[in-house]
Design a protein around this ligand. Structure first.
Ligand SMILES: [Zn+2]
Length: 425
């Protein structure tokens, strides 16, 4: 094995090194687990399908010579040793759980790209000074269990282990019990794991790169997010005998809130988003005035002051609407992520990698949450975006071009290799 860094650096300057076909095949093999008829994937966190996908990842990593460990929240770490075992690992990864109508690439790309980097380094017989680790983070999507980014959140000490293990899904099944059931309640303590650097490759999940005909998004940071559950309560009553002026119609109040969320997000451009994604009304009968509405509110912005102002304006709209329609309300925060800017040396490493490979690249901001947000609190962190077709994600038709995925993986290889040899520290 070559212990001199320079020739290796030289080799990395040569051009593309990862195998496009192998990366694509791994993604397609993984996508078979939970494949939907519309070409997507339904693989919710901690289900039997998630276990099968985890088992496949572990198998591939062991084949690639990695040592695999699992922590108490089910995060999987596949380590490729470095020349100096005392150095903190340079890490990469993402998630392999999906939305109920998810695609083949969201999250899975980051994990398979990390594995492809390990396989490529093995093929080239290249070692690194620091160990490399590819990680699968538990329940990034937050679809079955809230909050999202659960595994990386516990790892980063943002969520307590026991309170997270106690979270339940819609059926009342807990994270802890489901981890035990699928065999991924590991023995490792999730916190206190040093991070030399962390890079995450991901499909953009938006339309900007495709629109700009650009292969690599050099991610500057992530929008802050504030999520809420809102319950508006009025009185259900007969749709005929109850005069309009005596109604306490929760849905009419909710409609005003939905409009306010949209208006507030438009008013705080650029980099503002506001969405009501779930709305349940009770009792849901054609001749009954809705007595209760439960809805979710998702607000995002790149600047903390704007985000705080958006929350205040939406809250005011809820109070106004409730007063106007005689409703009571309960607004409960369910997630809170401040805006984040990635470490300059990691952002530069991604940009340099793209430049070395002659790939068209641009600075970009992530509107979605990613595990990288939590990792950024533990060590220098960066992200690489590649285009996805039509900017569509969290959808069964989610798609990406094999060449773009391979290009992003080649950038990841360079970023990881550089950080693990020189230290992006
Ligand atoms: Zn994702």
């Amino acid at each position: 094995m070559n212990t001199c860094i320079d020739p290796a650096q030289h080799l990395l300057g040569q051009g593309p090194l990862v195998s496009r076909e192998r990366l694509w095949q791994s993604l397609m093999d993984l996508a078979r687990l939970g494949a939907t008829t519309k070409g997507g994937v339904c693989r919710l966190a901690l289900t039997d399908l998630d276990r099968q996908a985890r088992d496949l990842f572990v198998h591939w990593c062991e084949q690639a010579g990695c040592k695999v460990t699992v922590d108490a929240i089910g995060n999987i770490f596949a380590r490729r040793p470095g020349r100096d075992p005392a150095l903190p690992p340079v890490m990469t990864g993402s998630h392999i759980d999906t939305q109920p109508t998810g695609g083949k690439f969201d999250g899975c790309y980051g994990v398979m790209a990390g594995l492809e980097v390990i396989r490529t380094l093995n093929d080239l017989d290249l070692s690194t000074e620091a160990p490399l680790e590819v990680v699968v983070w538990t329940n990034e999507e937050g679809s079955r269990f809230a909050p999202c980014m659960m595994g990386s959140g516990v790892f980063a000490g943002k969520f307590g282990l026991q309170e997270t293990l106690d979270k339940v899904d819609g059926q009342g099944l807990s994270v802890g019990a489901e981890l035990q059931r699928i065999g991924y309640a590991g023995s490792r303590v999730p916190t206190g794991h040093a991070v030399g650097a962390y890079f995450e490759a991901h499909i953009e999940q938006g339309p900007v790169l495709e629109d700009q005909r650009t292969t690599i998004g050099v991610v500057q940071g992530c929008l802050g997010q504030k999520w809420f559950d809102l319950v508006l309560t009025g009185i259900e009553a007969h749709a005929g005998p109850t005069p309009m002026h005596l109604r306490k119609d929760a849905l009419v109040g909710a409609a005003q809130v939905v409009t306010a969320v949209n208006r507030v997000a438009h008013a705080h451009q650029p980099h503002a988003c506001g969405t009501v994604g779930c709305l349940d009304l009770h009792p849901g009968s054609r001749n009954v005035i809705p007595g209760q509405v439960k809805m979710t509110i998702d607000l995002r912005h790149l600047h903390p002051d704007h985000l705080a102002a958006m929350v205040a304006e939406v809250r005011e709209a809820i109070e106004t609407s409730a007063a106007e329609h005689g409703l009571s309300f309960e607004l409960t925060p369910t997630a809170d992520f401040p805006p984040l800017y990635f470490a300059e040396q990691c952002v530069d490493a991604v940009r340099q990698g793209a430049r070395q490979l002659g790939l068209k690249h641009m600075d970009i901001v992530s509107g979605a949450g990613h595990d990288a947000i939590f990792l950024a609190g533990l060590g220098p962190t960066g992200m690489i975006f590649v285009p996805c077709e039509g900017g569509i994600s969290h959808n069964e038709i989610e798609n990406a071009a094999p060449q773009d995925l391979a290009d992003g993986c080649d950038v990841l290889l360079r970023a990881l290799f550089q950080a693990a040899n020189q230290g992006a520290r």
